[in-house]
Design a protein around this ligand. Sequence first.
Ligand SMILES: NC(=O)C1=CN([C@@H]2O[C@H](COP(=O)(O)OP(=O)(O)OC[C@H]3O[C@@H](n4cnc5c(N)ncnc54)[C@H](OP(=O)(O)O)[C@@H]3O)[C@@H](O)[C@H]2O)C=CC1
Ligand SMILES: O=C(O)[C@@H]1CCC=N1
Length: 276
Amino acid sequence: MTQALSIAFIGGGNMAAALISGLAGKFCPMGNIHVVDPHESTRQAWAARGASVAAGPDEALSRCDIWVYAVKPQVMKEVAAASRPWLKDSLVISIAAGIRAADLARWLGSDTQPWLRVVRCMPNTPALIGQGVTGLAALDGVGEADRAQAQAVLEAVGSTVWVSREADLDGVTALSGSGPAYVFLFIEALIEGGKAVGLDDEQSRALALATLSGAASLAAESSEPPSVLRERVTSKGGTTAAALDVLAQANFRQAVVRAMQAAAHRAQEMGDEFGR
Ligand SMILES: NC(=O)C1=CN([C@@H]2O[C@H](COP(=O)(O)OP(=O)(O)OC[C@H]3O[C@@H](n4cnc5c(N)ncnc54)[C@H](OP(=O)(O)O)[C@@H]3O)[C@@H](O)[C@H]2O)C=CC1
Ligand SMILES: O=C(O)[C@@H]1CCC=N1
């Protein structure tokens, strides 16, 4: 049996938690996971789950096969510089929104270490329950084996989609990276609407969640596009038409598109701002 790989998470916050929860026991045991985070409470929580922990980069990093940068884009440059001395030949994966792979590679010393392999990813929080989806792009020169390894890490927590142009990861960020927040907002609105039409909180929540997951599964399994499925719900002169009229008047569809454009734009902006 091949030995399980060891993975370092630099940053042990929300998204690291989502990824580690999915990975541990599937891709590698918790004992093979090393978490670097400045917060003592965060470290204690990871240590209690069986991971090794450190407050900052140290030689433990040089023993890890894969590094996952899971810190805010704002601090990526300083975090990369601090970890650089410990980089031997680990595969580097970044999940930071906006930060370009070439900038991370530069901070890690690609000028003197041309073998550096960086894969940039955009996962999402349903990874926590193994239902994430991740967009991936790799620096030129990253070989098939490394791409496969990065994909295997992210596939342990859901599905993956490669993009051929790294810039498209900003679009992935706008759709699936930030997307769970739009969906949660929609769920909140459905529950609020349920109560506005006379249902109680529990009923509204049960109906909202089942409707959302049922409709998503139907859209995924059907050979028809979502527009046709929508039309099948919409009887002429009926209740759905009355509701969709209100959503159209509120420019719902355009608002979603504009929101996603704002997210993609912010990802590009963060890449420019924090990538220098
Ligand atoms: N949340 C999401 O849905 C998604 C997030 N991402 C990306 O994942 C990254 C992390 O996001 P998220 O998990 O939400 O953020 P969190 O703030 O929850 O996690 C980041 C963690 O890193 C810690 N940290 C700060 N400085 C360092 C350091 N020098 N060394 C090690 N750890 C440090 C933070 O501590 P402190 O609190 O003190 O700053 C925090 O505990 C971001 O780049 C984000 O763009 C990608 C996809 C989805
Ligand atoms: O809001 C953010 O910037 C991060 C990236 C995608 C989801 N959360």
